[in-house]
Ligand binder design. Structure first.
Ligand code: FMN
Length: 210
């Protein structure tokens, strides 16, 4: 059964553009995959914490040699990894914060990128273990960072996530960006702003069913 893991990282609740777009994607994906399952996780409400020295030591200890304490230290990571492994597709609503992702998304990444689970070292060379999957990142930015613009190199979200998910073995990594969202703080009409993005994102999700 097809499974979509839907993550959100914006703290802005109902006012968030990226959350709106990821919800549009999930609804359109569900229509295209009537038997599919959508699992939703709000990273701002998932109690994510920074990894620690104990976490790193536990992650490098072979699974069958871990102590009960080490298993407890990795429990959240295990839960998040199993959720990701079970999904063929991932959609993530990403708010641009300081030219990068919100910190909760980085906390999630640090919890799931584990040796022997997300990647392995084969003869010293890293090999992604999360193969055959597709990720779609729906990004909202206050400014615009389109191809060829002077601001393009300031968008660290896309090169970072493209590199990371490629490293992990993902087959396809897709980006859609709703730029210029700061206009909403200066009187732009929200519905009018969202309409073309909704249409593009719905089409993106629906096309996956074919
Ligand atoms: C803490 C913070 C940092 C931001 N940093 C940037 C930035 O570096 N570049 C930018 O274009 N917009 C920036 N913005 C604007 C957001 O990217 C914009 O509001 C976008 O809609 C956020 O996504 P969301 O609506 O899903 O929360 C920032 C907003 C906040 C709250």
């Amino acid at each position: 059964m097809a499974t979509l893991l839907h993550l959100d990282s914006s703290p802005m609740g109902a006012a968030s553009v990226s959350r709106h777009l990821s919800e549009t994607f999930a609804q359109s994906w569900k229509k295209a995959h009537p038997d599919g399952v959508v699992r939703t996780r709000d990273l701002t409400a998932s109690g994510l914490v920074s990894i620690t020295a104990e976490w790193v030591a536990a992650s490098y200890t072979p699974a069958d040699a871990r102590t009960a304490e080490q298993r407890a230290v990795l429990a959240k990571s295990e839960e998040l990894l199993e959720e990701l492994e079970a999904a063929e597709e991932l959609v993530v609503g990403v708010a641009m914060h300081n030219f990068h992702t919100p910190s909760v998304l980085k906390l999630w990444i640090d919890q799931v990128v584990r040796v022997e689970r997300a990647f392995a070292l084969v003869d010293g060379v890293p090999k992604g273990l999360l193969t055959g999957k597709k990720a779609t990142f729906l990004v909202a930015t206050g400014g615009t960072y389109g191809p060829g613009t002077a601001a393009e190199p300031l968008n660290f979200i896309e090169p970072y996530l493209k590199t990371l998910f490629g490293f992990l073995g993902f087959e396809r990594v897709v980006f859609y960006t709703a730029g210029g969202a700061s206009a909403l703080n200066f009187g732009a009409n929200r519905e009018e702003f969202l309409r073309p993005h909704d249409q593009a994102v719905a089409a993106l999700a629906a096309s996956e069913g074919q």
